[in-house]
Design a protein around this ligand. Structure first.
Ligand code: NAD
Ligand code: DAU
Length: 334
C-alpha cells in the first residue's frame, strides 16, 4: 500500500505518519507539504533513514507538480491533511485559506480522477457544523447536523467537504470524510490553545484567555484521531462521513488552570483578553457512527493525554524553541 499524506510536516499529519509506520511497517508513505510557517521538517527527522518514507516539498494548489507527483508515485490512497488550520489567522487573512483549503483539495481530487483507482480521504473538522449553545449540554453534532460554518477557516473546510461530496456523486470518486474535534498532543504548533499555554507558562509569560474563557471544546488526543483515520481508509464505507470525538468537553479556562497546576505556575499568569471575532461557543461530537460501524473509541483519557503532552513539551524544548526563534524554517530537507 502506498499512501500520499499531504500536510505531513504539520501537527496531525506528522503524528499520523508515525502512527502508520508503527501499525503498518511495510507501507510506503510519501509526504507532500508546502512547508508553510506551520510545517516543520525537523519533526520528520526520525524518518530520514526509512526507505519506505519520502518527503516532497510541494504546494497542493500547484496542479502541474501534483500531477507529476501522482504520475511518478502511483499512490493507492491520499489522506489530505494539508490546510491552513488556525482560525485567528483566517480572521486576519481569509484568502490563503480559500486557496489552500478549497482549491488545493480540488487539485488533489482532480489528480485522483486523472490517474484513477485512488481512494481519497479528506481530513475535515467539527467546525463545519458551526457551534452549539452553552446551555443545552444534550445537543451534539451528528453527521446529519447541517453545515453552518462561522469563520473563514471553517467555511473553507466546509466548502472543501461539499466539493468532496460532489466529486463522489458526480465522478464516483471513492472518497471518505472525517470531521474531528479539537486535537492536542506532541508536535502541535504553539499558536493553538494548549501548546501556546504550555510554552508561555514555561517561560513565565502571560496566558491570554479570550473573553471569559467559558467557550467549550471537545478535546481528543491526536493518536486517537490517527487511529480513526487508519480505520476509515481501510474499512470505512466509500461516500461516507464519520464524526470523530471523545466526549471530552472542557471550558478553555479550566484547561489553562490545569496546565498551570501541572507546571506549578501561578494562575496570576492568566490574562483575560479581547474575545475572538465571531467566537464559536461550543463544539461537541457524537461519535456513535464510527463506534458502531468501525469499532473506534478513544483510548487516551484527557488526564493521561494532557500530562503526556505537557511532558512532551518539557522534554522537547529544542523543538519549540526553534519555532520561537524561527530557526525551524531553515530546515528544508531531511
Ligand atoms: P497544521 O497547521 O499543524 O499543519 C498543516 C500542514 O499543512 C503544515 O505542515 C503546512 O505546511 C501544510 N500546508 C498548508 N498549506 C499547504 C499547501 N497549500 N500545500 C501543501 N501543504 C500545505 O494543521 P493540523 O492541526 O495538523 O491540521 C491538519 C488537518 O486537520 C487540517 O486539514 C485541519 O483542518 C484538520 N483538523 C485539525 C484539528 C485540530 O484540532 N488541529 C481538528 C480537526 C481537523
Ligand atoms: O474543532 C477543531 C478545530 O480545532 C480545528 O479544525 C482547527 O484547525 C483547530 O485550530 C481548532 O480550532 P479552535 O479555534 O477551537 O482552536 P484554538 O486552539 O485556536 O482555540 C481553542 C479555544 O481556545 C478557542 O475557544 C479559542 C481559545 N483561545 C485560543 C487561543 C490561541 C484562547 O482563549 N486563547 C488563545 O490564545
Amino acid at each position: 500500500m502506498k499512501i500520499i499524506v499531504t500536510g505531513g510536516a504539520g501537527f496531525i499529519g506528522s503524528n499520523f505518519i508515525f502512527y502508520m509506520f508503527k501499525e503498518h511497517k511495510n507501507y510506503q508513505i510519501v509526504c507532500i507539504d508546502k512547508l508553510t510557517y506551520a510545517g516543520n521538517l525537523s519533526t520528520l527527522k526520525p524518518l530520514s533513514n526509512n526507505v519506505n518514507f519520502k518527503f516532497i516539498r510541494a504546494d497542493i494548489t500547484d496542479r502541474n507538480l501534483i500531477y507529476q507527483i501522482f504520475e511518478s508515485e502511483k499512490p493507492d490512497v491520499i489522506v489530505n491533511f494539508a490546510a491552513e488550520s488556525h482560525v485567528d489567522r483566517s480572521i486576519e487573512n481569509p484568502s490563503i485559506f480559500l486557496n489552500s483549503n478549497i482549491i488545493g483539495t480540488s487539485v488533489l481530487m482532480d489528480a485522483c480522477r486523472k490517474f484513477g483507482g485512488i481512494r481519497f480521504h479528506q481530513v475535515s473538522t467539527d467546525e463545519v457544523y458551526g457551534d452549539l449553545p452553552l446551555n443545552q449540554p444534550d445537543l451534539l453534532f451528528t453527521e446529519d447536523t447541517p453545515i453552518h460554518a462561522n469563520s473563514p477557516y471553517s467555511c473553507s473546510k466546509a466548502s472543501a467537504d461539499l466539493l468532496v461530496m460532489a466529486y463522489h456523486r458526480t465522478y464516483s470518486l471513492p472518497t471518505t470524510i472525517s470531521r474531528c474535534s479539537n486535537n492536542y498532543g506532541p508536535y502541535q504548533f504553539p499558536e493553538k490553545l494548549i501548546p501556546l499555554m504550555i510554552v508561555n507558562a514555561l517561560q513565565d509569560k502571560m496566558l491570554p484567555v479570550y473573553g471569559q474563557g467559558v467557550n467549550v471544546r471537545d478535546w481528543l488526543y491526536v493518536e486517537d484521531h490517527c487511529k480513526a483515520i487508519d480505520l476509515i481508509i481501510h474499512k470505512g464505507k466509500i461516500g461516507e462521513i464519520y464524526n470523530i470525538g471523545g466526549h471530552n468537553e472542557m471550558k478553555n479556562i479550566d484547561i489553562v488552570k490545569l496546565i498551570c497546576f501541572y507546571l506549578k505556575k501561578p494562575e496570576s499568569l492568566i490574562e483575560y483578553v479581547t474575545d475572538r471575532k465571531g467566537h464559536d461557543l461550543r463544539y461537541a461530537i457524537n461519535p456513535e457512527k464510527i463506534y458502531s460501524t468501525l469499532g473506534w473509541f478513544p483510548e487516551t483519557t484527557f488526564s493521561d493525554g494532557i500530562q503526556r503532552t505537557i511532558q512532551w513539551y518539557l522534554d522537547n524544548g529544542k523543538w519549540w524553541k526553534e519555532i520561537l526563534s524561527g530557526d525551524y524554517r531553515k530546515i528544508t530537507e531531511i
